[in-house]
Structure formats: structure tokens, C-alpha cells
Design a protein around this ligand. Sequence first.
Ligand SMILES: Nc1ncnc2c1ncn2[C@@H]1O[C@H](COP(=O)(O)OP(=O)(O)OP(=O)(O)O)[C@@H](O)[C@H]1O
Ligand SMILES: [Mg+2]
Length: 333
Amino acid sequence: MENLVEARGLTKTFKRADGTPVEAVKNIDLDIHKGEIFSLLGPNGAGKTTTISMISGLLEPSAGDARIGGHSITQQPLDAKRLLGVVPQEIALYTELSARRNLDFFGRMYGLRGSELQHRIDETLDFIDLKDRQHDKVDTFSGGMKRRVNIGVGLLHRPQLVYMDEPTVGVDPQSRRRILDTVLRLRNEYGMTVLYTTHLMEEAQELSNRVGIIDHGEIIAVGTVGDLVLQVGEQDRLVFEVGNQPVDESLLRRIENDVEGITRAVYDAPGAGGELDDNASGQIVVYARRGRRALSPLIQIINGAGLEISAVQVKEPDLEAVFLHLTGRALRD
Ligand SMILES: Nc1ncnc2c1ncn2[C@@H]1O[C@H](COP(=O)(O)OP(=O)(O)OP(=O)(O)O)[C@@H](O)[C@H]1O
Ligand SMILES: [Mg+2]
């Protein structure tokens, strides 16, 4: 597998106003293969933007370096940057200009001119599906449309590699869908390599060939979704909704013991234990290998303890479970 990006020892330490250091990114190594969509998945403040900014030459690393197509971003920034298009997290457009004029302006910044530039603009407007609104001012656009223009700017010079920093934040579901489809087309139809950041595991799961999970400035796992999920031991998550009924500690013990025989399971019922009368989550959560097989005996045990179950969910392991497994925290918090 050919690497288009190789980051080694990337580190960034910021200084707060009072002088205390913030280690935003700690010694990250990262390979991105040619032609893949690689997602950097992590919660707010994990270091996604800082990492991407260093790899794209917008921010000087405190230590380490990244190579794009073999060119060092710190030593040969012009050669490296020629290969990449950046779609920043903050929308950077001239809102009083039309979509077309924005593309024209940024195209000139990339050194495009004349009929070639006009041709690229037409192509890009087609790609982001904004041809019919091309002459309207950007400040009359919805959030999702602005995002699409922002993406278009990053694609104008046909880079080999595109960075997109949380491009679906703050857009409606329909625009989100279009943006995700755009990302997939970049890879599938144009053979581009995409480095995508998100704090949404569904997006990482749908889009990525490989995912890097980032937390507190460190990459804590890298691999295909399948690889990562294997790391958590393929346990399904079974959720039994029991509403406001108090959950007794001894019931949880029985579930733990009985299920052990059928599958291997651990229980986790937030709101139980110390707060038996206030079963806040209203759920009994069981992790079990091949969880579906444990479903019917578990229902019997829970019903047998006098609890009514209003709903049951079986969730196969996903990136959320991987994150929880690795950090002890939920990705969404
Ligand atoms: N210019 C700066 N000065 C000081 N601290 C900063 C600066 N930029 C980022 N940080 C800190 O570095 C850490 C990583 O921030 P970063 O923006 O890379 O996270 P992120 O994963 O992109 O988060 P989000 O999902 O919110 O965009 C955070 O603790 C942030 O407060
Ligand atoms: Mg960010």
C-alpha cells in the first residue's frame, strides 16, 4: 500500500494566556494510503484540527514532520501543498460575492487563469451541485450550501489529497447526506485520497476505509472499522428498557451469573446500585458475545424478577463501543 501522507512524531504544544502549556497533539505517527478515505474520529478538543493544520502546513509543529507525496510540509511546503486541498472547519468565503466569484477568486489564488479556470469552476459547480445558484450571493445560502462552496474551493485545483475538517457540523440532514455522498464520490470516481475529521462515529463508520481514533492529542487506535471492533471482543450491547421500575442489585448479580453460562457477559446498569429507587437511565445494559442468543434467557430472568420490559435493543459493536472500551467514556459526552 502506497502512503500519500506520512506523519512522524507530530507534536503541538500551545501556551495558554497565563503561560501554562497545552499539549494539544502528542507525538502522532500517521500513514494515509493513496486512494483511501481516512477518518480522524475524536471528541471535541481531541486535537483533530491541530493535527490536520500541521499536516496541511497551516500550523508549525512543535516537533515532528509530515510528508505528502514524499515532500516534507516543513522543508518543501510548496511541493507538498500543491498536492492538497483543504476544507477548513470554519467556513472561509466572501459572503457578499456569488458562489462563482468565490471560486474564481480562490482559483486565481491557486494560480489558475483564463479558460482553464472557467472550466474548473464549471466542473466544480457541477460537482457540488450549485450550478443553478452560482450567481447568487453566498450570504443568501443555507449552511449546507455554504459548506458545499467551501468544499468546492478545496477541490478547484484537483488536489490528490483533500482534508475536510468536520464538514457536516451545523448543517441539516439533507445537506449532510449530500456532503457525505460528495466525499464518497471523490474517492470512488476521482480516485482522490481524503483525510476526514469528525466526532460522529456514524460518519466515520460509513465513509472510511480506515479510522484513527484520537483522544487527548493521541491516536489511541488505527484500523478498519472491522479491525477496531474486533478489539472490543465482538460483544453485542443488549439494552432492556424498564422505565421507572427499581432495579435490584441482586437481579443484576443473577444476570451476571446466569448469562455467564450462556455467553460471556458483564452487566452495567447506570442508575442501579446505589440508586436503586431512582433507576435514572431506565435501562438494563448487558454486554454479551453473540448477544442474540442471550436475549430470550435474559428476558425470562428480568421478567422473573417482576420487571416489565417495554423495549429491547440489540446493538452490534460499533466505533462508539470501541471508544468506550478504550477510554471508559462515551464519544458523545
Ligand atoms: N491556538 C490555541 N491556543 C491554545 N490552545 C489551543 C489552540 N488551538 C487549540 N488549542 C487546544 O488544543 C486542544 C485541541 O484542539 P483542536 O481544535 O485541535 O481539537 P478538535 O479535535 O479539532 O476539536 P473540535 O471537535 O472541537 O473541533 C484543545 O484543548 C484546544 O483548547
Ligand atoms: Mg476541530
